[in-house]
Design a protein around this ligand. Structure first.
Ligand SMILES: Cc1cc2nc3c(=O)[nH]c(=O)nc-3n(C[C@H](O)[C@H](O)[C@H](O)COP(=O)(O)OP(=O)(O)OC[C@H]3O[C@@H](n4cnc5c(N)ncnc54)[C@H](O)[C@@H]3O)c2cc1C
Length: 494
């Protein structure tokens, strides 16, 4: 479908975050002759959620996040969700390895580094849940080498900063996987878009997409303002991806596709405490996830993360949830009210009524004092001192509100791919598990938007992602092969 790339590209990608960058890279493999234009409103790419300090940089593979391993009524743990998340991360690892081999960067360490992933709980109930979780995950081929400990001396070796001056009367338990990673999604986004630009993709920074509209010939007309000159122009493409993060909902609503009816968004802002004190950082070389407080949403599970960003090491603790009506950090206070339309009013109201505990939780988070915030950190680091930590504002998440089968609005914590107009437009709503699973999300997009081409693209995709079309959890030999290969190529811990 090659067309004149200047004002009529084949593809327009809205937003310069990890999702658009991943899609541009995948299209570079399956359709290298297609012309692509990317429009990003910020002065640089990855300025919103994909920016390294705007997210926690966890390579989500369910090695430590307890929300992916719910307890069943009988106390045993269901591993299914964790297995699925891990499989999706293996897809990302394979794609990144393929790109590294093709020259994406000389040093994969600029965007991915091995960091142990640890789950840590206190109390007798927590300890028994943790044992059951270990029993459920350890036999799974995707969780090799998972370790369990309830021994304070051993845990002092795993997480010295967290165990210092901790009461010896307190029951503690943890699991550890050395296969965990910290990912700088900002650098990765930049590398992916730089290499796309090198092969001819046009990236327009400081260009805000104002509206998208389908023409009678089936193409999408995207109207863009150049924020440096104020000039408007319209580009027409056969395919349009709205990878605008929090900005996706209003653009998809404006597109007028029926598939967006009933969807709404609920913005939740995030804050972290950060320390760069080298003495503290040296004593916490891991990502440690705890349990969410009762009534707290899954994205507010507390964690203390080693971060490796641009050669610097730091610790992040949080996230603390907050409320702001903006859909992007650089958004408008009118984002939330403007997103309420006739088509989603019912689901927005329904979700509001059904989620009063969440609303109460968020209000509590917003109103909490510095002291209360610090108390949560002290549960992780009993010796924490306020002077070492600064509060930083992270990215804005827009949680998806969607109608269930009865038409009732429900708040969701996952991601939702919206596809409309015979697959000529797609957009991504929501934020979890997020950047880590961008490759899997964009592969799903290719399958849903290009069903007539996907079979001919399959060999190319399998060359880049050998497990494409396979279930790694059911094919241990293939898993061993791709895991060893990605470990070597990405210079990770085996
Ligand atoms: C606090 C927090 C912690 C997180 N932790 C993790 C984690 O540990 N691991 C993980 O994998 N994921 C994590 N995530 C999720 C992850 O950050 C996101 O899922 C991912 O970055 C989303 O990428 P994106 O490309 O869709 O959106 P973004 O990175 O937000 O990019 C969208 C881009 O579109 C641009 N844009 C918006 N509207 C317009 C417009 N009209 N015109 C032009 N450009 C526009 C924006 O400026 C932005 O650059 C976290 C998110 C948050 C908020």
């Amino acid at each position: 479908m090659t067309t004149d790339g200047s004002s009529n590209p084949d593809v327009v990608l809205v937003g310069g975050g990890i999702m658009s960058a991943t899609l541009a890279a995948l299209l570079g493999i399956v359709a290298p002759d297609w012309t692509i234009q990317v429009f990003e409103s910020g002065a640089e790419v990855a300025g919103e959620s994909s920016g390294p300090w705007n997210n926690a940089g966890t390579g989500h593979s369910a090695l430590c996040e307890l929300n992916y391993t719910p307890a069943r009524p009988d106390g045993t743990v269901d591993p299914a969700k964790a297995v699925g998340i891990n499989e999706q991360f293996q897809v990302s690892r394979q794609f990144w390895s393929h790109l590294v081999r093709a020259g994406l960067t000389d040093s994969p360490k600029t965007f991915i580094t091995s960091v142990p992933h640890i789950s840590f709980v206190t109390g007798a109930d927590g300890r028994s849940y943790m044992r059951n979780r270990y029993d459920a995950l350890a036999p799974q081929p995707l969780f090799p080498g998972l370790e369990f400990s309830e021994d304070a001396t051993e845990l002092t070796d795993w997480v010295p900063l967290m165990m210092a001056e901790r009461s010896t009367k307190e029951a503690v338990a943890a699991t550890r996987s050395l296969a965990g990673t910290d990912v700088n999604f900002g650098t990765l986004t930049r590398l992916l878009l730089d290499s796309s630009v090198d092969r001819g993709v046009q990236l327009h920074l400081q260009h805000r997409v104002r509206k998208v509209r389908r023409q009678t010939d089936g193409r999408w007309a995207t109207t863009v303002t150049d924020l440096t000159t104020g000039k408007k122009r319209t580009v027409r493409s056969r395919f349009l991806f709205v990878g605008a993060g929090g900005g996706a909902l209003p653009l998809l609503q404006g597109a007028g596709i029926p598939e967006i009816r009933g969807f709404g968004g609920f913005p939740v802002s995030g804050q972290f405490l950060r320390t760069r004190n080298p003495e503290l950082v040296a004593r916490h070389q891991a990502k440690v996830y705890g349990q969410a407080k009762v009534g707290a949403p899954p994205m507010s599970v507390p964690h203390l993360d080693l971060r490796l960003i641009d050669g610097e090491q730091a610790l992040l603790f949080g996230p603390y949830a907050g409320f702001s009506p903006k859909f992007l950090k650089a958004g408008s206070m009118w984002d939330l009210p403007r997103s309420v339309r006739g088509g989603n009013l019912g689901s927005m109201l329904g979700a509001g009524i059904a989620n009063i505990p969440l609303t109460r939780y968020l209000i509590g988070q917003v109103l909490q004092s510095t002291g209360a915030r610090f108390k949560a950190l002290e549960e992780f680091v009993p010796t924490a001192e306020q002077g070492d930590w600064e509060l930083i504002t992270a990215g804005q998440r827009v949680q998806v509100i969607k109608q269930d089968t009865t038409g009732r609005g429900v708040l969701q914590f996952g991601t939702e791919l919206i596809v409309g107009a015979e697959g000529s437009i797609a957009g991504l709503l929501g934020a979890s598990p997020g950047a880590s699973t961008a490759t899997a999300a964009m592969l799903t997009l290719l399958e849903r938007c290009f069903p007539d081409r996907i079979d001919s693209w399959r060999p190319l995709l399998q060359e880049a992602i050998p497990s494409y079309g396979h279930k790694l959890s059911e094919e241990p030999a293939l898993l061993a092969e791709v895991f060893a290969d990605t470990t070597r190529t990405l210079e990770l811990h085996g």
